[in-house]
Ligand binder design. Structure first.
Ligand SMILES: Cc1cc2nc3c(=O)[nH]c(=O)nc-3n(C[C@H](O)[C@H](O)[C@H](O)COP(=O)(O)O)c2cc1C
Length: 159
């Protein structure tokens, strides 16, 4: 018998992760959402993965555009994380946010810890989500403290 919904969620809440914003572009339209389900897949070639809910607009855009940028958020970017997760701000997430077009065309947000610009390498549909594996074509880094997500809330790393 599969594990119950509640226990499953309780287990996953105990997994501390970073927080990312994944952006994409299709034609003139840009979009993005907050994603904690991000990980590395391979160093050679450089591959990463994100898990996107199939109901999300970002999911649909990545499937069609086949490009996405992953931004690793810094400790002071909680507000940005909430903004890109908010349904009510769905059509205005980029308003007042500093960004530029990346080398593959998708938005690159200012002030993040790292940006990985990806071409979609493969797609794996599993349950409610799709795993998008991206080949990293360009990357940028800065040296800041990361935003951490644990037990449904934001944390800072204790040094
Ligand atoms: C901290 C945090 C982590 C999240 N992680 C994910 C994730 O890994 N995958 C996902 O599909 N949604 C995740 N979400 C939810 C989406 O950001 C949210 O549903 C968003 O409104 C979807 O936007 P869209 O439908 O406009 O693309 C997360 C939200 C928060 C606050």
């Amino acid at each position: 018998m599969a594990v119950g919904d509640d226990l499953f969620k309780q287990c996953l809440r105990r997994w501390a992760s970073g927080v990312t914003i994944v952006t994409s572009k299709l034609g003139d339209e840009i979009h993005g959402m907050t994603v904690s389900a991000f990980n590395s897949v391979s160093a050679n070639p450089p591959l990463v993965l994100v898990c996107a809910n199939r109901n999300s607009r970002t999911h649909a855009m990545i499937r069609e555009s086949e490009i996405f940028n992953v931004h690793v958020l810094a400790a002071d970017q909680q507000e940005l994380s909430n903004r890109f997760a908010s349904q009510s701000l769905e059509g205005s997430r980029f308003e007042g946010v500093e960004w530029r077009a990346g080398l593959l065309g998708a938005p690159v947000l200012a002030g993040t810890l790292a940006v990985l610009e990806c071409k979609l390498a493969s797609t794996h549909d599993e349950g409610s989500h799709s795993i998008y594996v991206g080949q990293v074509e360009h990357a940028e880094i800065s040296d800041r403290e990361p935003l951490v997500y644990f037990q449904g809330g934001y944390r800072a790393i204790a040094l």
